[in-house]
Design a protein around this ligand. Structure first.
Ligand code: APR
Length: 181
């Protein structure tokens, strides 16, 4: 049975097989999680991202999709880069579907890579302004659905929340969803 766990901390310090990056379409780095992963992971990650841009993703990585690179100097084996949707009232449903897709696609790729443990940040809840509570509901629901379809493929899916407030919000949403804590 795969464990869904919540921790408060820095995703670049997680000793897991896959660290999921809240990237942008360019795949060329940014602030927040993206900045931390490239800063701590080192230039190998950016070099691998540039390679992806030069080969399969000439126009960049579309929102909701995921690609994998080396994790460089991070205590992980791979970084799975995914692009979250920017929060906007218009076409909310479509955007919420894309946020769910970020989680489904990242987990699908992690399983394909043979990963057993995956760490997610709170995708889209920073620069992309998605309210944490709604993002938590979408993320935890999407992950639970994937794990129901593929039980046993993964040992742990860990949400790494930056700060107490985000951690508590995820904790509240998870119990409201009736997910085991
Ligand atoms: N570890 C875990 N979580 C972190 C870390 C970290 N080291 N740094 C930031 N966070 C949290 C933020 O507090 C926020 O809750 O990750 C969440 C996602 O925030 P962003 O990193 O801003 O990601 P997002 O909202 O998806 O916006 C993506 O921001 O950094 C740029 O290049 C990125 O353009 C892209 C956009």
């Amino acid at each position: 049975m795969t464990q869904i766990t919540l921790v408060e901390g820095d995703i670049t310090e997680q000793q897991v097989d896959v660290v999921v990056n809240a990237a942008n379409t360019s795949l060329l780095g940014g602030g927040g999680v993206d900045g931390a992963i490239h800063r701590k992971g080192g230039p190998e990650i950016l070099a691998a991202c540039r390679e992806l841009r030069a080969s399969h993703y000439g126009k960049g990585l579309p929102v909701g999709r995921a690609v994998a690179t080396t994790a460089g100097r991070l205590p992980a084996r791979w970084v799975v880069h995914t692009v979250g949707p920017v929060h906007r009232a218009e076409d909310y449903e479509e955007r919420a579907g894309l946020l769910a897709s970020c989680h489904r696609e990242s987990l699908r790729l992690a399983v394909e890579l043979g990963a057993r443990t995956v760490a997610f940040p709170a995708i889209s809840t920073g620069v992309y302004q998605w309210p944490v509570e709604d993002a938590a509901r979408i993320a935890l629901t999407a992950v639970a659905e994937v794990l129901e379809e593929a039980p046993g493929e993964l040992e742990e899916v860990r949400f790494v929340l930056f700060g107490r407030a985000a951690y508590e919000t995820f904790e509240q949403v998870r119990s409201a969803l009736g997910q085991r804590s």
